[in-house]
Design a protein around this ligand. Structure first.
Ligand code: NAG
Ligand code: NAG
Ligand code: NAG
Ligand code: NAG
Ligand code: NAG
Ligand code: NAG
Length: 769
């Protein structure tokens, strides 16, 4: 009885077949032969030259693949495996047998049939033959009843021909031999086509979309890989309709194969044969050509493209497509990167809960999803594009390029990244995404809870004016701050402490203790507090409550996790130019609100980086507003001036002129220069004393057209020097001596955001410090 014996048990016969044009050598396999998949034993039938073998190849421990492979090279590269649905790997003990009655059958260890060769033609199988070409054939008296060459898997080799109605099916992954997404068809109508199937449900062989076609309907006859290494589509007279190859590669010197790989590309590989025992090292398969040449570029009107939905394809130096997820997304299956990506956070939500403030945009360059536009705008600014996408619940991302803003919709398809694309991709992400996932980081988590708590606390008051804020007993605040233990900051008339309020959730707050309370009456304090409490803007630090008990006057604010702009801007880690610009916008918007939009106009009087706080998403939040009036009542102007801070104070403070909202504009101008340059308005220890006063130096640089000096070593800002110039010009307008020349904050905000032109500013006199 035949066993799993290797080839040497068989006689190697060399036949010359006069019927065929080409002489071929093969090894004859007699009826009754079989091979068994066994551990550490590569049982196979080799062709006479040893170039190819048919048998079981061990893929993993205990798992085998019935296959034909190149046997003379260490890689043992597979060119054929049987068309079994689903998992193709078989267990140990599985058997391939050429029975005495001519059946060629694969069975598992229990003898259950897994696959058999479907014979065509007349007569009985007399024997099987493993040819030196790589073809495995079941032979009858007068014809071949079955050929592996006619049942290709994903590979063809020289002398193999794909006739009409044949196909290659890519495997699932490089080392997963199950059926994958891609097909290459020599169709019955003569067209040669690459198809991709539905990427999610591939149990049925549904073909949906072509991504490449030869457009040779009625003309194409067969797809040929000839002995000289040429791969082409021919018509029925042998004329070439489409050639995949540009140069000859002799099969005498090279092993060759063309494979439809799991990434959807048909690649021609060659491998040098050793001649006269001379081994050229290192030897492996090298690519000779491919089609499509860049699969990332394929454009399907439907379907996901080369990679899955919501991912993008980049074409590497290795000439292979790579599928990646944009920031904020992750693979459905990290082991299967072509399956696409999902958003890491809850859906954007168009159910009325979409709040632009909950989202931020992450920037990427040179990316596009060209098939998924739902809105397009021309002649707009990047800030406009950002705001519009943030506000629109349909917008998962926008692409901004030159002055064009394109918004994309789900699912994102045909994504690619290519240096030639240009432009900026702005990807929307939920702000506190990562934080919700780490509840142990109570601090971070708090901030989001706080807004809920704040709403709850303020809600009854909306209907019931007069009790807008919660009034805290002093004792509660004393406990909340652990007897005023942790100091967060100190001002001229107040000290700020960190506190935790126990209102069901432990909410962190900042509690400001006014120590030089100058208000004349309690009534006035209450009135003022009420005015502040009516303010509500995303660029203001929200007042949550107060305490007014005996001598004690305290204010309870939201806690800002990222501290003050001063520590951020002048600290070790310089914020990016983009973030600095965002902080400038936010601060300006907050001031517009205080000056023009809230019910009682509020002049801040002390705008400086220490009073701009940053929340967990680095949004600028103005603090300490509304206190100027509280503190200045009954005081002379000089005392009030203490409120302002040296360097940021408008000259009219000292000139006994009326103090208007324009003092804030002045201070904002100085702040803006600090944001641009990442340095303080006054620095003493500089080598060049012309640079000591920032306002003067910035003006000089502007005048001399040497703005780059202000943003040295800040590549991002230098790239954006036009905007730097605009910002400097706005700052110069803001710090004009004459308050009437200074623009309103509304105007400043419009100029910053590029909505209106910035005229050339007048000169400024040297600032005295
Ligand atoms: C079987 O083939 C594999 C892969 O070519 C090789 O690593 C292994 O050594 C072979 N085992 C035997 C017993 O020949
Ligand atoms: C190959 O991929 C298919 C489809 O995803 C999967 O079902 C199968 O488990 C994979 N096989 C291996 C060996 O990873
Ligand atoms: C293979 O095809 C090319 C292009 O048609 C041709 O030049 C060459 O002679 C062919 N080689 C063989 C061995 O038929
Ligand atoms: C190819 O053969 C067809 C008939 O089968 C004929 O009509 C046609 O002219 C031939 N083309 C060439 C280029 O010889
Ligand atoms: C082929 O060999 C080269 C040189 O050693 C190596 O860089 C390359 O990665 C190899 N390719 C493969 C597919 O192994
Ligand atoms: C700002 O806060 C976020 C989250 O709270 C944190 O990840 C980040 O490091 C902070 N940045 C600075 C500059 O403190």
């Amino acid at each position: 009885m035949a066993s799993s014996s290797p080839y040497f048990l068989y006689l190697i016969l060399i036949f010359l077949l006069p019927v065929y044009v080409v002489a071929q050598t093969y090894q004859k396999i007699e009826l009754g032969s079989s091979l068994t998949a066994a551990l550490n034993m590569n049982s196979s039938w080799r062709s006479p030259s040893g170039d190819f073998a048919f048998g079981f190849q061990q893929i993993r421990a205990g798992e085998f693949l019935l296959a034909i492979w190149f046997d003379n090279i260490p890689e043992k590269t597979i060119i054929w495996s049987p068309p079994i649905d689903g998992e193709k790997l078989v267990e140990e003990g599985s058997k391939i047998q050429l029975s005495e009655d001519g059946q060629f059958r694969l069975t598992d260890a229990r003898g259950e049939k897994l696959w058999d060769a479907q014979l065509t033609g007349s007569g009985n199988v007399l024997y099987a033959a493993m040819f030196d070409t790589g073809n495995f054939v079941l032979v009858s008296q007068d014809s071949n009843l079955w050929e592996s060459f006619n049942q290709p898997t994903d590979t063809i080799v020289p002398t193999q021909i794909m006739k009409r109605d044949s196909k290659l099916v890519a495997r699932y992954a490089e080392k997963n031999y199950s059926r994958g997404r891609f097909r290459f068809l020599m169709q019955g109508d003569g067209n040669l086509v690459f198809y991709v199937t539905s990427f999610l449900w591939d149990t049925v062989d549904l073909i949906n979309r072509a991504y490449w076609a030869s457009n040779t309907v009625n003309q194409g006859y067969q797809f040929v890989f000839n002995q000289s290494g040429y791969i082409y589509l021919a018509d029925n007279n042998g004329s070439i309709l489409y050639s995949f190859t540009s140069k000859e590669t002799s099969s005498t010197n090279y092993y060759q194969r063309a494979i439809l790989e799991y990434d959807g590309v048909l690649r021609h590989y060659v491998y040098p044969k050793t001649t006269n025992g001379i081994t050229r090292n290192p030897m492996n398969w090298s690519m000779q050509g491919s089609e499509p040449s860049n699969i990332c570029d394929i454009k399907e009107t439907q379907g996901s493209g080369a990679c899955g939905y919501n991912s993008y394809c980049s074409f590497g130096d290795d000439q292979r497509p790579k599928c990646s997820c944009p920031p904020g997304y992750s693979f459905f299956d990290p082991d299967d990167k072509m399956r696409g990506c999902k958003q890491d956070f809850d859906t954007l939500g168009c159910n009325g809960n979409h709040d632009a403030d909950d989202f931020e945009l992450r920037e990427m360059a040179n990316m596009d999803w060209p098939q998924t536009d739902y809105a397009y705008f021309k002649g707009v600014t990047e800030d406009w594009c950002r705001q519009t996408c943030l506000t629109d619940c349909f917008c998962p991302l926008a692409v901004f390029k030159d002055d064009e803003c394109t918004m994309k919709k789900f699912p994102l398809s045909n994504g690619r990244m290519d240096p030639g694309l240009g432009g900026k991709t702005l990807i929307k992400m939920r702000k506190d995404n990562s934080k919700n996932k780490s509840p142990d980081k109570a601090t971070l988590w708090l901030v989001s809870r706080l807004s809920y708590w704040k709403r709850r606390m303020l809600q009854p008051s909306r209907a019931n004016q007069g009790t807008s804020l919660r009034s805290f007993p002093f004792k509660e605040l004393e406990e909340a701050t652990n007897k005023f233990k942790e100091e967060l900051g100190k001002g001229a008339c107040s000290t700020v402490y960190r506190g935790v309020l126990d209102t069901g959730n432990k909410n962190m707050v900042a509690i400001k203790k006014l120590d030089k309370m100058m208000t004349e009456s309690e009534l006035e304090f209450q009135a003022e507090i009420r005015a502040i409490s009516k303010t509500n803007h995303k660029n203001l630090v929200q007042l949550l409550g107060f305490c007014n008990e005996g001598q004690h006057r305290l204010l309870v604010y939201e806690y800002m996790s990222n501290g003050s702009l001063a520590s951020y801007l002048f600290g070790n880690l310089r914020p990016s130019w983009y973030q600095r610009a965002q902080i400038a916008f936010g601060t300006a918007r907050g001031l517009v609100y205080l000056h023009e939009e809230c019910s009682n106009q509020i002049i801040h009087c002390d705008i400086k980086p220490q009073n701009i706080l940053l929340d967990d998403s680095l949004t600028a939040r103005i603090s300490d507003f509304g206190l100027a009036k509280l503190l200045k009542t009954g005081q002379t102007r000089t005392v009030t001036a203490i409120r302002g801070t040296k360097g940021y104070v408008a000259p009219e403070w000292f000139k006994n002129k009326p103090v208007t909202i324009k003092v804030d504009v002045y201070s904002f101008g100085i702040l803006l220069l600090e944001l641009i340059c990442c340095r303080r308005s006054f620095e003493q220890d500089l080598e060049d004393e012309n640079q000591m006063i920032l306002a003067d130096w910035a003006y000089d640089c502007y005048e001399e057209g040497r703005l780059y000096l202000l943003v040295q070593e800040d590549e991002e800002a230098i790239q954006d020097i036009k905007r730097v110039e605009r910002f400097v010009m706005i700052a110069i307008w803001c710090i004009q001596d004459d308050p009437f020349l200074r623009p309103t904050m509304k105007r400043v905000s419009q100029m910053l955001e590029g909505a209106v032109e910035v005229p050339r500013p007048p000169s400024i006199p040297s600032v005295n410090v």
